[in-house]
Design a protein around this ligand. Structure first.
Ligand code: ADQ
Length: 511
């Protein structure tokens, strides 16, 4: 087996395990930005995806059952899934604790939400070592390892400690904070050193890359930054690392084609029929305090208050996908959103008109695109976001080009989309309210021109452009240089098998 494989490593696999009513395990596709972005990339490339399934060892899933579920029938996705198993304590301290109560809020400039409990640090290192061990088990030196996101910053370091030589690249999906925020991290030196063990580090925006370069220069003695352009060379006394900005994209064609399809058309007509003569604003977010959902609902209420002519005319459809439901702060956020929706509906509703429609569940791709296609405006309000794929998915699905994107200037996507979107500051409630009003008064020619501009950027800088620029920088290769699924012969690790189907496009809903 000579071919070099593309190996993706992330905290979670692109599927979620759950138990059905009869206690039988089932598998369904995961949601969230990383999975949406990477699934079309690995599809058909015969690569490997290593990650955790979100179920702990104590929950009673035997390794053999796990492997059977992952390899049986349904997963005609053209790559192999390799699970990492974690105990309940490891998952809690590494995932809920260190990753989501320290790194996540800190890197989103929300240090007041950090719980700097030192117990998580040791487990974070241990779990990164467990991932490194799995990588050694399932890959060889020829493979190209692409590690993803803040949960796994120490994997390259752990691989080296275990004596493995692998070429490693890392992509951070969330923002990298400025020096004064990063300094608050009690383990700032170890995290920085860990990052510097990769061969290539990718960030979403040039601002994130510059933040990192500044931290490296200030905190690591003898560090020099050389070169110009998209990718810079960071030379430390021990090694050289390349650092660049690679703004992630989406599978534009898939969204655009789905939006033009019959299923979406019919669902879109159904949605419209429930809101006759109403202008619709759409919010789609993972349940997270960084997404600015309460801020959005309050700004919408402010618009109704300041511009009473919008009452009875405009509705907000807010779709929230459940996320990190075991972390107490997320439960509090859910209650806050529900309270605000109730309050605003109680205050403004009229016969035949409800201002806010709240949907709290995972939607199928068809349902999601139907909402994107139907709603005249998307209101995307993160307080801080690595990129924000919803903004891009909305543009790709807006095939009639008469839709408007209102986008937070703190989303990474704002750097690319600023010439077509209306930029807003989500903390400025009155400013957002004014922007909503102005957007609805905008003339059709301008709306069309803006959406055309947005669609062009999202199409040109799609997910394949992202992967290719990253792989060119890291391995001097493009995606097509990795073997197609059919050309691939599986390696005999464990009982999992590779499924060869280069045409299957989606994960099944359930197995
Ligand atoms: P996320 O924080 O998960 O991603 P985002 O980029 O907005 O944020 O992606 C959310 C994804 O979930 C979208 O693909 C969207 O379609 C999907 N989704 C949302 N609501 C849904 C619902 N109800 N049902 C089904 N799907 C739903 C992280 C970073 C981001 C970065 C991405 C990719 O935080 O900043 O853009 O990774 O790098």
């Amino acid at each position: 087996m000579d071919a070099q494989r593309l190996v993706v490593v992330s905290n979670r696999l692109p599927v979620v395990l759950g138990k059905g009513k009869l206690g039988k395990w089932n598998v369904r596709p995961g949601s969230g930005g990383l999975v949406t972005a990477l699934a079309p990339v690995l599809r058909d490339r015969g690569g490997v995806w290593i990650g955790w399934l979100g179920v702990t060892k104590e929950e009673g899933m035997k390794s053999s059952t796990l492997n059977r579920l992952l390899s049986d029938g349904g997963f005609e996705i053209g790559y192999t899934l390799r699970p990492v198993e974690l105990s309940a304590e490891e998952a809690s301290r590494y995932y809920e604790g260190f990753s989501n109560e320290i790194l996540w809020p800190l890197f989103h400039d929300l240090s007041s939400r950090c719980n700097f409990d030192p117990a998580g640090w040791k487990t974070y290192q241990d779990v990164n070592r467990i991932f490194a061990e799995k990588i050694i088990e399932f890959t060889d030196e020829k493979d190209y390892l692409w590690i993803h996101d803040y949960h796994l910053i120490l994997v390259a370091d752990q691989l080296k400690r275990l004596g493995a030589t692998r070429k490693t690249a890392f992509f951070l999906h969330i923002p990298f904070p400025p020096l004064d925020i990063f300094l608050k991290l009690p383990w700032r030196f170890q995290i920085l050193e860990g990052l510097l063990e990769y061969d290539l580090i990718g960030f979403q925006t040039t601002r994130d890359a510059f933040n990192f370069l500044r931290c490296a220069r200030m905190l690591k003695e003898g560090t020099r930054v050389l070169g110009r352009g998209q990718v810079r060379r960071v030379v430390t006394p021990e090694r050289e690392v390349r650092v660049g900005a690679f703004p992630i994209g989406i599978d534009f064609r898939e969204f655009s084609e789905l939006a033009s399809g019959k299923e979406v058309f019919e669902l879109s007509r159904l949605i419209r029929s429930h809101f006759p003569d109403h202008k619709l604003i759409l919010g789609v977010d993972r349940l997270d305090y960084t997404k600015g959902i309460p801020e959005k609902i309050l700004a919408f209420a402010e618009a109704l208050e300041r511009y009473p002519e919008l009452q009875g005319q405009v509705s907000l459809i807010q779709v929230v996908v459940p996320s990190r439901t075991v972390v107490p702060e997320y439960q509090v956020l859910k209650e806050e959103i529900e309270r605000l929706v109730g309050e605003i509906n109680g205050r403004f509703s009229q016969v035949g008109w409800t201002p806010v429609h709240y949907v709290y569940r995972h939607l199928s791709r068809i349902q999601l695109v139907a909402y994107y296609r139907t709603c005249r405006m998307a209101l995307v309000t993160p307080l801080k976001d690595g990129m924000n794929l919803v903004a891009k998915e909305y543009c790709a699905s807006s095939i009639s080009k008469n839709n408007i994107l209102l986008l937070s200037e703190f989303a990474g996507a704002a750097a690319q989309l600023q010439r077509g979107a209306i930029l807003i500051n989500p903390s400025d409630r009155e400013g957002v309210a004014d922007a909503i009003y102005r957007a609805f008064s905008m003339d059709q020619v301008e709306i069309r021109e803006r959406m055309q501009r947005l669609r062009k950027i999202v199409r040109q800088q799609d997910i394949f452009h992202w992967v290719n620029t990253f792989l060119e920088a890291g391995a001097s290769k493009r995606l097509e240089d990795f073997p197609l699924a059919e050309m691939f012969v599986p390696r005999s690790h464990g009982s999992s098998k590779t499924v060869f189907n280069a045409r299957a496009k989606h994960l099944p809903e359930a197995v």
